[in-house]
Design a protein. Structure first.
Length: 201
């Protein structure tokens, strides 16, 4: 319980656990706030949850009500590791119980670190990010983390020139030159027109 409800703990890195993640499971269960966990270099995000206790005086019962998607995701952590298939199966329903920023973090982490990620689940995550692309780009601007663009490029968030140009316009309007340069370099590399002189005859 040392980290119970510790709002300053936003990321946990596990370098060695001797094959037993019981300690991480207990920390996550006692921490209601969202947290990013890196296990042997693979990142995975756990959304928040909130417990509410409803006291029914007449029936002399106390009912526990769980808000948020976080506890469902925490149940995917076992002593031996993460049940990634179970984790990914949560998203279809739980994305409606999460804040948009949490859903983006879940999808981004799984696509960037696709341990045991099935193609269907990957497509669902990418579709979620595509639908909420404006929020993704806005978060990049707000945090000033232009370097994260490389991760989004890698996972396929900008599949065509139109998507790249749209992102460039977005960053231009917000005077985020570093992000504009990254997108411009990617566009020139990925969608450069081939001239006759470039072709081997």
């Amino acid at each position: 319980g040392a980290f119970r409800n510790c709002s300053k703990l936003s990321e946990i890195e596990v370098k060695s656990a001797g094959g037993n993640l019981r300690g991480i499971k207990e920390i996550l269960a006692s921490k209601e706030e969202p947290v990013m966990v890196s296990i042997y270099g693979n990142k995975i995000f756990f959304p928040h949850f909130q417990q509410e206790f409803n006291d029914n005086v007449g029936a002399k019962l106390i009912a526990e009500i769980m808000h948020g998607a976080g506890m469902n995701y925490r149940e995917c952590v076992g002593r031996d590791g993460i049940d990634y298939l179970k984790y990914d199966s949560q998203f279809a329903a739980q994305k409606y119980s999460m804040a948009l920023s949490e859903g983006i973090n879940v999808a981004t982490a799984r696509l960037c670190y696709p341990v045991e990620l099935k193609e269907e689940a990957g497509e669902e995550y990418l579709d979620y990010l595509s639908v909420n692309k404006a929020e993704v780009l806005n978060e990049i601007v707000n945090t000033g983390a232009a370097d994260t663009l490389s991760e989004y490029i890698k996972i396929g968030l900008f599949p065509d020139k139109e998507a790249v140009d749209g992102a460039m316009d977005f960053f231009c309007e917000r005077n985020f030159a570093e992000a504009v340069n990254i997108m411009m370099e990617y566009r020139d590399k990925k969608f450069k027109k081939i001239s006759i002189s470039d072709m081997e005859i």
